[in-house]
Ligand binder design. Structure first.
Ligand code: UDP
Ligand code: CA
Length: 304
């Protein structure tokens, strides 16, 4: 692999910075391609900024910090978490230099178990971006039935991917969202996405996202999950390419039996239970602790 894969992420606070460096290490351990991470500078702590160059050198990736001042004409967010969510999705056309033609976004609280080169090369069929549908809510082609078939001996069904414990919480399968998506669109998770920046820039997708953001946020109750609701809402204008489901597994929404196929795991919040992200990570992905120890050793060395 001679190419550099570009990955965008965001983290604020010491806990998310710890998750972020583990995510970056997990990507590094599963690809031979060169990597460049683009991190939103606004939210990083002074210590993290200081150690970042050393960390990048030790783990083996390049890093760039991106920053963008919130435009005065765009409705502001007052909650920190919502500001971060906004930065995930609203400024993809202005963050990166023109020579970056594609970008993968990966949540900080994710652990990667497969080669991201597959996403980097994936044909997203002319769409501006591709997201993974929520487990069990995607189109038939997002199911990788060859893996499923070989495991279970039968054709995979969307139902097999759902976590039975949270079926009642699947808000996009009821009420407003069910109606809005009708049978033509699917609800996708925003923890990981692939953006074709060339198509994104050419079609003015950034303006579309910001315009719709501006009109929807006139009502403070809309866009409850900002970065996720927005692209799902405007699929009529900006269709989403549905990525294969195995590219995002999360315990809250996906069945236990589908975990073996997971190419990434997001430590997403459970709709009713409360469990810390770190505790979740240790329990769900055993390799997390090993990466954490490895990184601690690197940080100790850098601190000296
Ligand atoms: N995030 C962050 N600090 C916060 C909340 C969120 O840095 O206080 C970033 C981080 O990259 C995280 C992403 O926003 O992975 C999405 O939030 P989160 O993963 O907490 O959502 P969940 O998976 O729990 O739905
Ligand atoms: Ca997440």
């Amino acid at each position: 692999c001679a190419e550099t894969i570009h990955i965008f992420s965001v983290a604020s606070g010491l806990r998310y910075e710890r998750l972020l460096r583990i995510m970056m290490m997990s990507v590094r351990k599963h690809t031979k391609c060169k990597l460049r991470f683009w991190l939103v500078e606004n939210f990083l702590s002074p210590r993290f900024r200081r150690i970042l160059p050393g960390l990048a050198e030790q783990v083996g990736f390049a890093v760039s910090r991106v920053t963008y001042k919130w435009p005065t004409w765009l409705r502001e967010q007052t909650q920190k978490q919502r500001v971060i969510w906004a930065y995930k999705i609203l400024f993809l056309d202005v963050f990166f230099p023109a020579e970056v033609k594609r970008i993968l976004f990966i949540d900080a609280d994710q652990i990667v178990r497969a080669n991201v080169e597959e996403l980097w090369r994936m044909d997203i069929k002319g769409h501006v971006y591709g997201f993974v549908p929520f487990c069990g809510s995607g189109p038939p082609e997002s199911l990788t039935s060859h893996i499923w078939g070989s495991l279970t001996g039968k054709a995979a069904k969307q139902e097999d991917l759902k976590n039975p414990d949270t079926v009642g919480f699947r808000f996009w399968e009821q009420g407003f969202w069910k109606n809005h998506l009708a049978s033509r669109h699917y609800y996708h998770i925003s923890a990981l996405f692939v953006v074709d920046l060339e198509v994104f820039r050419q079609t003015g997708a950034g303006d579309t996202l910001r315009d719709v953001y501006q009109s929807l946020t006139a009502d403070p109750h809309s866009l409850a999950n900002l970065d996720q609701d927005l692209p799902n809402y405007i699929q009529k204008n900006l269709p989403i390419y549905s990525l294969p489901q195995e590219w995002l597994w999360c315990e809250s929404w996906c069945s236990k039996s589908s975990k073996v196929n997971a190419k990434t795991i997001d430590m997403c919040q459970h709709p009713s239970k409360k469990e810390g992200k770190l505790q979740q990570a240790r329990r769900i992905a055993p390799e997390w602790t090993q990466y954490d120890d490895e990184l601690q050793a690197i940080l100790d060395k850098l601190d000296q």
